[in-house]
Design a protein around this ligand. Structure first.
Ligand code: NAD
Length: 500
């Protein structure tokens, strides 16, 4: 498998069976329950990364649009229709959202696949998880309780868990319908209202979802959507004094900017950021299972995954056998049309992303790494990149330390468990890790020693349907999504003391 293989079989966007919503034209934002264009009247283009053909454009919202959305969300927050809604009814609305997502999962998955290039098998999976996350959080409004605290004779004290107010949600293009539910569902379950700012190159599924939400019992203004650039709409949302919290998914560099800027108004922030996750394979592992997990780890979504297992460590002694099996397995990840059944890897999401990944291959060669397979463009149109494996790498190389966000893995060996731990933790990131072993002691020692928010043993990238916390150690993030930990980040605690 090399970059010289045939052109991916992608028919032009116009000839493919894609939802009308992504075809030509201009879509609208949602503010206060109404569809609106940007105040400036400007729009942003969208491109199908598999064909490089134009899709529907989206409004280029800026500070004035964000201001209008925050005011609408603020009004909805205090409106009795939402503020005084009974917990069971709020739970029913979350279930309604889950129903709507389920009913339109095919369409929403296809919109994401066309808009950002992830294969249908992956976007379908994300949509299935999305509805489950809403169902999980639908159970929480009736259980969000404070506690009664002993306060002495003639006194009573208790706590209440209250919503924060308006929450700004900003997230990435690499899984639009995968990243949103873990933020939107708990925000609503806790009684907040929201302003959504999807990534500028993959906003279409969110605008369609907003249209679908308008058909539920969610009061107008509870969910608002402003599309636009990060440096314009995103920054305006982070700076807005009417926003109580920013829930952010994106790069570590942008996450640091968001945290700095949020400090001016002392907003709460939760940050889901980048990674450079290790996949550690011990000699006693079931190699056939391990090799599939490791390949999927750095090639899934063309490597555009925060949890990508892009640093592969194999125990000395099995290196040759492992690499031989890995190269064979990588053939199943040959890129293809995201809409074709059986495609496991689509194109990179944008031209900018393609150029960025290509530049890392230049860096790899300059640094002296060896390109075992892949290493450049795949085919002659679309932003397809060949699945790539690098060896002869040193721990100080940029391709080992920095998040490439493309289908590129680096492989090295380790001598024993202590060496494996040291190598796995030799990174500024700490989002996830996978360990492949049949030895129970090794598995538990590794799980405890690895500095990462999630450790998968003999499996990879199994995400939760809402009930498990997810988030980063070190520079991979702040706070957790999922479970009660995730819900608590959308609440504030009030203490009440009463003289009886
Ligand atoms: P990005 O940081 O460029 O953009 C993310 C979002 O932030 C976009 O909506 C963008 O418009 C917005 N943004 C950009 N600049 C902003 C600013 N100054 N103020 C406010 N908002 C701004 O990231 P990306 O390239 O879209 O996504 C890829 C990154 O996301 C990778 O690093 C990846 O690892 C990370 N990611 C993390 C998780 C996780 O859960 N930890 C999940 C997916 C992706």
């Amino acid at each position: 498998m090399t970059a010289a293989v045939s052109v991916p079989p992608v028919a032009g966007t116009a000839r493919r069976d894609i939802p009308a919503f992504v075809r030509a034209g201009e879509r609208m934002m949602w503010i206060g329950g109404r569809q609106v264009a940007a105040v400036s009247g400007r729009t942003l283009p969208n491109t199908d990364p598999a064909t490089e053909e134009a899709l529907a454009g989206v409004p280029r919202g800026e500070a004035a649009d964000v201001d209008a959305a925050v005011h609408a969300a603020r009004a909805a927050f205090t409106d009795p229709a939402w503020a005084e809604m009974s917990p069971d009814r709020r739970g029913r609305i979350l279930n309604q959202i889950a129903d709507v997502i389920e009913e339109h999962a095919d369409e929403l998955a296809t919109i994401d696949s066309v808009n950002m290039g992830a294969p249908r098998v992956l976007t379908t999976h994300m949509l299935a998880e999305a509805s489950e996350v809403f169902r999980y959080y639908a159970g929480w409004p009736t259980k969000l309780s404070g506690v009664s605290v002993p306060a002495g004779k003639d006194r009573m004290a208790y706590t209440r868990k209250e919503p924060l107010g308006v929450v700004g949600i900003i997230w990435g293009w690499n899984g639009p319908m995968g990243q949103l539910p873990g933020k939107l569902a708990p925000a609503l379950a806790a009684g907040n209202t929201v302003v959504l700012k999807p990534a500028e190159t993959a906003s279409l599924s969110t605008l369609r979802l907003a249209e679908l939400l308008a058909g539920t019992d969610l009061p107008a203004g509870v969910v608002n959507v402003v599309t636009g650039l990060g440096a314009e709409a995103g920054q305006a949302l982070v700076a807005h004094p009417g926003v109580a919290k920013i829930a952010f998914t994106g790069s570590t560099a942008t996450g640091k900017l968001v945290q700095r800027q949020a400090a001016d108004t002392l907003k709460r922030v939760t940050l889901e950021l980048g990674g450079k996750s290790p996949s550690v394979v011990f000699a006693d592992a079931d190699l056939d299972v391990a090799v599939r997990g490791v390949a999927a780890g750095f090639l899934g979504n063309a490597g555009q995954a925060c949890v990508a297992g892009s640093r592969v460590f194999v125990e000395e002694g099995i290196r040759e056998e492992f690499v031989e099996k890995l190269l064979k397995t990588m053939e199943a990840f040959t890129p293809g049309d995201p809409l074709t059944r059986g495609t496991l890897v689509g194109p990179l999401s944008t031209k900018a992303q393609f150029d960025r990944v290509s530049s890392y291959l230049d860096i790899a060669r300059e640094e002296g790494a060896n390109v075992v397979t892949g290493g450049g463009r795949f085919g002659d149109h679309g932003y397809f990149f060949a699945p790539t494996l690098l060896d002869d790498v040193r721990p100080d190389m940029r391709v080992v330390r920095e998040e490439i966000f493309g289908p590129v893995g680096v492989i090295t060996t380790f001598t024993d468990i202590d060496d494996a731990i040291a190598r796995a933790n030799d990174t500024d990131y700490g989002l996830a890790a996978s360990v492949w072993t049949t030895n129970l002691t090794t598995a538990h020692r590794m799980a405890a020693a690895i500095e990462a928010g999630t450790v998968w043993i003999n499996t990879w990238a199994e995400m939760s349907t809402g009930n498990l916390p997810f988030g980063g150690y070190k520079q991979s993030g702040l706070g957790r999504e999922g479970g009660l930990e995730g819900l608590d980040t959308y609440t504030q605690v009030k203490t009440v003391r009463i003289a009886l």
